[in-house]
Design a binder for this molecule. Structure first.
Ligand SMILES: [Zn+2]
Length: 372
């Protein structure tokens, strides 16, 4: 993904609107995908432009319309534009409402295969405000909110570096960071974003993906076992802090038929499942691989099994499984992939009087809090 410098600059200019190219502080968030139509409101004066952002297609005050996608055009109410991409920019109060949810910044509508991708262009600090409420409770201690804001900002900047050639930097779901826009902001979380403004984590002078998760249940995970990243801050640490997390244990009963169906949807056709056998554990205690036994054996990495069944059903790769009649009974600990900051561990560290720097140093050893 890394570009040579001139290619990098070329794509920077291609990807970003005038005004966006001079600064790395705008992030592009995919907020809606595969939409056939959507309700759009823009408060105050607005401009609709083409991809160059120079040719004005429509302008006015207080836009309230239905956006529809056709094979060769994007329509705003009665007005059709034969374009694959259009850009909607507002002045004051800088707010666009899509399907009832308010977003700061501007919006790009991208047409592909008769459906729309909606990308929110937003100032990085405003984006972090829209994320923090979802990733941590606004009632939590200030120091853990600060640590979380810095981790979110670092993760976002890393994605911005990695995705310059794509139509967006991050999605608004659990596969990036959950982002709810202006609607999701709260006073305390906004305050902690402001107090850590511009602060990020670096390792040996470089931004890294500062992963985080809800509860590690004893030891955080070595990122190199899941993804292609092998650096000291993401090698895993022991964590006793999260032992009182409300998400420490989990329990799930799924029918073998349901598991078979989910595997089939993911392209793994198996006959009646007879057993699920755990094949091995890594040093953090998480399962590496397991085998689905039917008329043959299907070996799967635990992370793939989690994503096929649903990462919020199989909450972690730390579990035991027993077959009882036609069901699989899972008993597990922890929630999330386990890499980086353990959010409930960080919460209890803050409760014990640790500050955000101590929390971040603990979960990302060798990293430093710096400005970008
Ligand atoms: Zn933990």
């Amino acid at each position: 993904m890394k570009q040579k410098i001139f290619i990098f600059l070329f794509f920077c200019l291609l990807s970003f609107a005038p005004g966006y190219s001079q600064t790395a502080s705008y992030i592009r968030v995919a907020i809606l995908d595969n939409a056939k139509s959507l309700n759009l409101k823009a408060k105050g004066s607005y401009e609709v432009t083409d991809i160059s952002r120079k040719k004005i297609l429509l302008q006015g005050n207080n836009l309230k319309t239905t956006v529809t996608v056709y094979r060769d055009a994007i329509s705003l109410g009665q007005k059709s534009f034969r374009k694959n991409k259009i850009f909607i920019k507002t002045r004051e109060p800088d707010e666009i409402i899509i399907n009832g949810r308010a977003f700061r910044g501007d919006v790009e509508l991208i047409k592909s295969d008769n459906s729309l991708l909606v990308v929110n262009y937003i100032e990085l600090e405003d984006y972090i405000k829209g994320v923090l409420y979802h990733e941590a409770s606004h009632y939590w201690p200030q120091e853990v909110l600060k640590a979380q804001a810095i981790a979110c900002r670092t993760y976002a900047l890393y994605q911005m570096q990695e995705n310059k050639r794509n139509d967006y930097d991050v999605t608004n779901d659990i596969y990036s960071q959950v982002y709810g826009g202006r609607t999701s902001e709260r006073y305390r979380t906004n305050q902690m974003v402001d107090e850590t403004r511009g602060l990020i984590l670096k390792f040996k002078g470089k931004i890294f993906p500062a992963y985080y998760h809800a509860t590690c249940a004893g030891h955080t995970e070595d990122a190199s076992l899941l993804w292609n990243i092998n650096i000291a801050p993401l090698k895993g640490v022991a964590c006793d802090f999260c032992k009182d997390s409300p998400h420490f244990d989990w329990h799930l009963v799924l029918s073998l038929e349901e598991i078979k169906d989910k595997l089939a949807q993911a392209g793994y056709k198996v006959k009646a499942i007879k057993d699920i056998v755990i094949l091995g554990h890594d040093t953090s205690g998480r399962i590496t691989d397991l085998s689905i036994v039917s008329d043959k054996e299907l070996k799967l990495p635990a992370k793939d099994f989690r994503s096929i069944i649903g990462p919020n059903l199989i909450r972690s790769a730390k579990f035991q499984v027993n077959i009882a009649d036609k069901d699989a009974v899972f008993m597990g600990t922890g929630w999330g992939h386990g890499v980086g900051l353990c959010q409930w561990g960080a919460y209890f560290m803050a409760k014990q009087g640790k500050n955000y720097k101590e929390i971040l140093k603990y979960y990302y050893p060798g990293s430093n809090v710096e400005t970008f």
